[in-house]
Design a protein around this ligand. Structure first.
Ligand SMILES: Nc1ncnc2c1ncn2[C@@H]1O[C@H](COP(=O)(O)OP(=O)(O)OP(=O)(O)O)[C@@H](O)[C@H]1O
Ligand SMILES: [Mg+2]
Length: 282
C-alpha cells in the first residue's frame, strides 16, 4: 500500500500538464505533484500511474516516490482560477501524489546523453506497459541531480479501457520509432535479459495491490477489486516474457498515399481517353 498523506496547501498549477496537475504541500511537510481524480482523463489514469510507477521503481528505474493524498476541497477555496477551483471541488477524497523534484528540468535529447543500456531499459519498460507518451514532442522524463527520472504513466496499458479485448491488445507489438530514446540505439536485448525475469506474478500482484480500492470499484465485468487487480497481472505477465521480440525501432516506410479522394473523385480519368476524330472513322 502507498503511504497516505493529507494535502494542506494548494501551491500552484503545473500548466504544462494536460490534466492540470498541481503542486501541493502535505501534512508530512512534503511537497508533491498531485494528480486529481476529478481530472477529465478519469481515475484509470491514476491506476496506470500507480501500477506502472511502482513497477518501474521495483525494476530499478527512477520514478519519483508515489503516495496517496487525501484532499479536502476546502483548501482550494481561496484559489482564484475557476478551472482549478472546479478540479479541486471534483476531487475530494483520495488522489495521487508524487514527490516534487525541485529544480528538475524537462529531458532534452540534445542537452543530455543517455547510454544505450539505460535507453534500452526505458524503451523495454515502455513497451511492456505500452506507453505511447514518451516521444520527442512530449518526453515525460525529467533530469534531476544529473539523473534521468521517468514521469507521467497515465497514458499506458491501453487494454484497461476495454477489458473484454485486453488479452488480444496486450499481445500486440510496440512501435518505438517515435520514442524519444529511439535515436540513442537502445540495447533492448540487454534490457530484456535483465528485467523480464524480474517481472514475476508475485511482483505484479504486489504492484497491483498498491492501487487504492476506491479507484477500482464498480468496473463493469468484475465482481471485486481483487479480480480487477488480477486482470492487470494477467495482461502484463505474458507480455513481459516476449515483448522484446516485438519492439520496432524503425519508422514504418509507407507507400505514398496519392491524392485524397475529395480532390480527385470529380476529375476525369488520367490520361484522358483520346476521342477519335469524326474524320478518322470515316
Ligand atoms: N515529480 C515532478 N517534479 C517536478 N516537476 C514535475 C513532476 N511531475 C511533473 N512535473 C512537471 O509537470 C509537467 C506535467 O506533468 P505530467 O506530464 O505528469 O502531467 P500530465 O497532465 O499527465 O501531462 P500530459 O499533458 O503529458 O498528459 C511535466 O512536464 C513536468 O514539467
Ligand atoms: Mg506529461
Amino acid at each position: 500500500m502507498l503511504s497516505e498523506v493529507i494535502a494542506t496547501r494548494y501551491v500552484t498549477p503545473l500548466r504544462e500538464g494536460g490534466s492540470l496537475p498541481g503542486i501541493v504541500e502535505a501534512d508530512d511537510l512534503g511537497t508533491y505533484v498531485m494528480k486529481f481524480t476529478g481530472a477529465g482523463q478519469g481515475r484509470k489514469t491514476l491506476v496506470a500511474e500507480v501500477i506502472c510507477g511502482r513497477l518501474a521503481q521495483r525494476l530499478g528505474l527512477r520514478v519519483p516516490r508515489l503516495v496517496q493524498m487525501q484532499l479536502d476541497p476546502v483548501i482550494g477555496l481561496g484559489e482564484p482560477d475557476q478551472e482549478v477551483q472546479e478540479l479541486l471541488k471534483a476531487s475530494g477524497g483520495l488522489n495521487l501524489g508524487m514527490d516534487y523534484l525541485p529544480g528538475s528540468i524537462g529531458f532534452d535529447p540534445l542537452a543530455y546523453q543517455v547510454d544505450p543500456v539505460e535507453a534500452g531499459r526505458v524503451v523495454w519498460f515502455d513497451a511492456l506497459i505500452n506507453n505511447v507518451d514518451r516521444s520527442w514532442r512530449n518526453p515525460n522524463m525529467l533530469v534531476w541531480h544529473g539523473d534521468l527520472w521517468l514521469i507521467d504513466h497515465g497514458a499506458t496499458m491501453i487494454w484497461h479501457h476495454n477489458w473484454p479485448t485486453a488479452a488480444a491488445a496486450a499481445a500486440k507489438p510496440y512501435n518505438a520509432s517515435d520514442h524519444v530514446l529511439a535515436p540513442v540505439g537502445p540495447d533492448i536485448a540487454a534490457a530484456a535479459a535483465a528485467l523480464a525475469p524480474l517481472v514475476t506474478e508475485e511482483l505484479l500482484t504486489e504492484v497491483a495491490a498498491d492501487v487504492p480500492d476506491e479507484w477500482l470499484v464498480d468496473e463493469p465485468g468484475f465482481d471485486s477489486t481483487d479480480a480487477l487487480r488480477r486482470a492487470y497481472v494477467e495482461a502484463l505477465l505474458p507480455r513481459a516474457a516476449t515483448i522484446h521480440e516485438r519492439i520496432s525501432l524503425e519508422a514504418e516506410v509507407k507507400a505514398p498515399a496519392g491524392p485524397p479522394g475529395w480532390l480527385t473523385d470529380h476529375l476525369p480519368e488520367w490520361p484522358h481517353k483520346t476521342h477519335k476524330k469524326k474524320s478518322d472513322s470515316e
